[in-house]
Design a protein around this ligand. Structure first.
Ligand SMILES: Cc1cc2nc3c(=O)[nH]c(=O)nc-3n(C[C@H](O)[C@H](O)[C@H](O)COP(=O)(O)OP(=O)(O)OC[C@H]3O[C@@H](n4cnc5c(N)ncnc54)[C@H](O)[C@@H]3O)c2cc1C
Ligand code: FES
Length: 298
């Protein structure tokens, strides 16, 4: 079946031809956010590249830890704020452990950007509903800040973010400060808000991320694009909710991960049917997912 979406850019193959070479970058800062989920800030050694490195929210890079290997990582910063690339990385295995052991000022390699990214130009003029679970906030933070930096080009903006406990909330200070802004609805939920002496009190809701829908009244579904990212169980319940609300399948954008090697459609590691998730994704519409159920296991 041919996917019937119109939102996503499938011409990214052409754009990635000249970005195979890793560029030298410096790890300028490490910000511990939650346990084993730190924010890493990088600057290219070439100052010109720092200013000219162009990417879209939702794209990823291949990050090389010299002497260890490379891993695909989403860019968490927004292209509207130049000079530093931010990546939120979960400590998983060989490459990410080596990153956690790097002292600040160490060199790394960065090649990219890869993937299609969010179709931000086509999203302009629409309302946007961002729904994130856990580490899913990493790629969506880029989209969120991109929209905030171009606020007058988008309609209503709603963010719903859920984690297990307050200690798992990524970008907590940043998101709590957004709850005070009048130009977006920033709704945060944790499943359990236990308190311990000295803990920063939780001011968000208690419940599942899907419970947050009750606080976002009168969503104009035909004019809204939903961008969602989280673990498989999150997709199951959030999709159920969106479909019940009559969201069109091509207005639901999902950021999906697969094992990847080259990142540029050459090695075939990420192929599903006729698609390479590294160049045709990582952003897919729900329509794509229906046509390629191997993309995600619920
Ligand atoms: C497009 C894309 C964007 C990504 N963005 C981020 C990000 O922003 N932050 C982040 O922390 N991680 C991200 N990842 C996942 C990250 O690439 C992997 O966690 C990383 O490759 C692990 O490398 P490692 O050498 O540390 O672990 P390894 O030693 O390779 O593996 C450790 C464990 O993780 C599993 N694993 C490795 N890669 C994946 C994967 N892609 N999917 C599922 N399981 C995997 C392995 O099976 C093993 O159990 C992204 C992946 C993709 C494809
Ligand atoms: S990672 Fe090599 S083809 Fe996609």
């Amino acid at each position: 079946m041919t996917p019937q979406h119109t939102l996503l850019d499938y011409s990214s193959k052409a754009r990635v031809q000249n970005v195979m070479l890793p560029q030298l970058a410096r790890l300028v800062r490490v910000i511990p956010m939650v346990q084993d989920n730190y924010l890493f800030l990088f600057r290219f050694e070439d100052p010109h590249l720092n200013e000219t490195f162009v990417y879209k929210p939702g794209q990823f890079v291949e990050l090389t830890i010299i002497g260890t290997g490379e891993a695909p990582i989403s860019i968490s910063s927004t292209p509207t704020r130049k000079g530093v690339l931010e990546m939120c990385v979960r400590r998983m295995g060989r490459v990410t452990n080596a990153l956690y052991n790097l002292p600040e000022n160490s060199f790394v390699g960065i090649r990219g950007p890869y993937g299609n990214g969010y179709p931000v130009e086509d999203m302009k003029g629409h309302d946007v509903l961002i729904v994130a679970g856990g580490l899913g906030m990493a790629p969506l933070r880029s989209l969120l800040n991109y929209i905030l930096d171009n606020r007058n080009q988008f309609g209503r903006l709603i963010l719903m973010y859920g984690t297990k406990t307050p200690d798992d909330v990524l970008f907590r200070d940043e998101l709590e400060s957004l709850t005070r802004r009048g130009d977006l609805e920033c709704l945060l939920a944790v499943e359990q808000a236990y308190q311990y002496p000295g803990a920063h009190p939780w001011r968000g809701k208690i419940g599942l991320v899907t419970d947050l829908f009750q606080y976002a009244k009168n969503i104009d579904v035909p004019n809204t694009i939903a961008a969602i990212c989280g673990p498989p169980i999150f997709y199951k319940f959030v999709l159920e909710k969106l479909l019940k609300m009559n969201f069109s399948k091509d207005h639901i954008l999902m950021s999906l991960e697969r094992r990847m090697e080259c990142g540029v459609g050459k090695c075939g590691h990420c192929a599903i049917g006729y698609k390479y998730t590294c160049i045709d994704g990582p952003i897919f519409t729900y329509w794509d997912v229906i046509n390629m159920p191997e993309l995600i296991e619920f």
